[in-house]
Design a protein around this ligand. Structure first.
Ligand SMILES: Cc1cc2nc3c(=O)[nH]c(=O)nc-3n(C[C@H](O)[C@H](O)[C@H](O)COP(=O)(O)O)c2cc1C
Length: 318
């Protein structure tokens, strides 16, 4: 029976904003789900064995180079109706239309992706009183990420400004802001030190996060009863299905992950997120209930550009 392994990329970690590698494991879950769907579309059934050589340790610096999953292929995969959305899926980063509410029916369509009693639970709100509280939380948490030297520098390292940098790297955070491009051309934007809180780049980045947060017309979140690596994979699989469902329903869904980040300076917002979304204390260990993803909902006012992709040959080994 043909099979292949999914290995993680040792260079793509964000130890400051993702100190336990939780978010990077969620990303692998999303990838696995898309892969299983794509194979099923070709009539191939993939059975996924997670951690064939053992789970990843709790801290990325102790991670061995072992597979995340082994996929064994056989005939008989049944096409998934959501597959039709795969190439249409986009992650909207711009302001949403504050004149267009997200309906309770739409929200229900999204939360239904995670059935009650399954490994992943989904909650959400389009109640504007609650949405306003979560908007504030997201904006405040983004500010902490920018004002904390470690996470600020990590973000600067992953910042891709203008078409040349974006096409060269095809990853990270893409920005095509003309003022920033001019500042770079003039040698006035130093990426080796965090931007001062009163500087134009800091204020601009703050504005971008505030625009995202303050135009949220709803929120949807995914949680798991524990926080094991397997829970994180399950959350990633559910997340991408939820975003595909959002694509089908015609609503924008954009992760706002800062309040869920585990670095020390974020602790008050991390605690607030768990209190507001689950009514629990923040997770302490792999057995604690954990909010894995939190996304804003709304209608983008312009077509959402596709994020850049790296060439397939860059990450497939025969
Ligand atoms: C666990 C996780 C957390 C993420 N958090 C954010 C976030 O807070 N803000 C953001 O703009 N993108 C975030 N992203 C990235 C987007 O979801 C998206 O994958 C990326 O912008 C590329 O776009 P695409 O998936 O539509 O191609 C996150 C992704 C994952 C897997």
């Amino acid at each position: 029976m043909p099979s292949f392994s999914l290995l993680r990329d040792r260079e793509r970690l964000q130890p400051e904003s993702d100190p336990y590698g939780r978010q990077v494991v969620i990303g692998h879950g999303a990838f696995i789900e898309l892969l299983v769907m794509a194979l099923a579309q070709q009539g191939v059934l993939a059975s996924v064995q997670l951690w064939p050589q053992g789970e990843l340790a709790s801290e990325p610096r102790h991670w061995q180079h072992v597979p995340v999953a082994r996929l064994r292929l056989s005939g008989g995969g049944a096409p998934d109706p959501l597959f039709a959305q795969v190439l249409r899926r986009r992650t909207p980063k711009q302001r949403f239309d504050i004149g267009r509410p997200v309906s309770a029916d739409m929200l229900q369509g999204l939360t239904a992706v995670a059935p009650t009693g399954g490994a992943v639970q989904s909650g959400g709100t389009v109640d504007m009183a609650r949405v306003r509280v979560l908007r504030k939380l997201c904006a405040a948490a983004a500010r902490v990420e920018m004002a904390t030297p470690g996470t600020a520098l990590e973000n600067l390292r992953l910042l891709r400004v203008g078409p040349q940098e974006i096409l060269e790297h095809r990853d990270g955070f893409s920005i095509n802001d003309p003022a920033l491009r001019i500042a770079i051309a003039l040698g006035q934007f130093d990426r080796s030190v965090p931007a001062a809180e009163d500087s134009p780049p800091f204020r601009q980045a703050c504005q971008m996060f505030e625009d995202q947060a303050n135009t949220a017309m709803g929120f949807v979140w995914l949680s798991t009863r524990g926080n094991s690596r397997t829970d994180q994979i399950a959350a990633g699989r559910a997340f991408v299905r939820q975003q595909l469902r959002a694509t089908d329903l015609g609503v924008g869904m954009h992760p706002m992950s800062q309040p869920l980040e585990e670095f020390a300076e974020m602790a008050p917002h991390h605690a607030a997120a768990h209190d507001l979304l689950l009514g629990t204390a923040p997770p302490r260990d792999a057995r604690s209930p954990t909010v894995q993803m939190m996304c804003r909902l709304g209608h983008p006012m312009a077509p959402v550009p596709a994020a850049p992709r790296r060439a397939l040959g860059d990450f497939v080994m025969a």
